[in-house]
Design a protein around this ligand. Structure first.
Ligand code: UDP
Ligand code: MG
Length: 309
């Protein structure tokens, strides 16, 4: 078999309803490009029939490779593993639920052949997502840009094509709490967008409940910004200044009820201290993760890769 030119990485967590259709659509699109390719399915600890279905596809089609995780490690690590095991000259990352249309891949490949090293998908519309998801995403991407020191393109997800150079560079970044699209922006390289409309999920429900979204958002902010830490200092200064002003106010007028105002002041300061501690704690937790240096993910087995690990 020819060495693949394009590797397509597809993270999957409980995607039994979509895996067959996704396979068919991706195959049709990739065959249309005429380039040798591989599809890398990463089963991120699914509890449904994703694994047997994936194994079945691998049995029929040697261009489909499978990485089976020992448990659910999350979307970003599933992508990382797929990239780790990829051998193409370019790597495309795409969601399994067909919200990222595979038809856009040939456009991405064309841009790559023009010389771009990162071609990212930019969502024009998000017809498929709930109003809540749309609103939070909109606020989040803009907030993130104001908080971080690297400029991360707004309205882009992980649907993108990256050159082998970028993929190798990305894999050299050993961070555990990975926010991949942020790291790609941080790396630099020559990039350009390809616009697309984000459709509805083909089937099934989102695998990103609010809890995972919040975790994802805080990873994004904490890995690219020290502003929350600075905010803690700023708030501290502000409260102290406020306290001094209140003190002067008291000294001059002395008319307020001292007990209630003392209580309010105490509560305010206690809240502030806890807030600052919390922010510091978030960073310390991530330092712990890095210092422990546990493996990013654990693979139970792989299928169809040339050298079976
Ligand atoms: N996913 C994953 N591990 C997880 C959660 C999600 O591999 O723990 C995959 C999922 O199968 C899908 C992609 O990540 O291919 C995006 O997830 P989803 O479509 O549920 O997120 P949404 O589009 O709702 O943000
Ligand atoms: Mg989705």
């Amino acid at each position: 078999m020819n060495k693949p030119v394009i590797s397509v990485v597809v993270p999957m967590y409980n995607e039994e309803e979509v895996i067959d259709v996704t396979y068919e659509k991706l195959t049709a699109v990739m065959e249309g490009t005429g380039l040798p390719y591989e599809l890398i399915f990463v089963n991120d600890g699914s509890r449904d029939a994703t694994l047997p279905k994936a194994l079945d596809i691998c049995g029929r089609d040697a261009r489909v490779k499978l990485i089976d995780f020992a448990r659910n490690f999350g979307h970003q690590l599933a992508i990382t593993a797929g990239m780790d095991h990829s051998s193409g000259d370019a790597v495309v990352v795409i969601d399994a639920d067909l919200q990222d249309p595979p038809e856009v891949i040939p456009e991405m490949i064309a841009k790559w052949q023009e010389g771009y090293e990162v071609v990212y998908g930019k969502r024009l519309k998000r017809e498929g997502d709930s109003a809540f998801k749309k609103a939070t995403a909109k606020v989040f991407y803009r907030f993130l840009n104001s908080m971080t020191d690297v400029s991360i393109p707004v309205d882009t997800g992980d649907f993108r094509l990256i050159d082998r150079k970028v993929c190798d560079a990305l894999l050299d970044v050993p961070e555990h709490n990975r926010y991949i699209r942020g790291i790609v922006s941080w790396l630099g390289y020559k990039s350009c967008p390809v616009e697309f409309e984000r459709h509805k999920r083909y089937a099934g429900t989102t695998k990103y409940p609010l809890k995972k979204m919040l975790r994802f958002a805080s990873d994004a902010i904490m890995s690219f910004s020290y502003k929350p830490l600075k905010l803690a200092t700023f708030l501290g200064c502000l409260t102290m200044a406020a306290a001094i002003i209140v003190l002067i106010f008291y000294a001059i007028f002395g008319a307020l009820n001292p007990v209630s105002s003392l209580l309010i002041a105490l509560m305010f300061v206690a809240g502030l201290v806890l807030l600052c501690l919390g922010i510091v704690g978030e960073y310390i937790a991530r330092i712990c993760d890095e210092v422990r240096d546990r493996p990013l993910y654990l693979v139970r087995g792989t299928v169809n890769f040339p050298e079976e690990e």
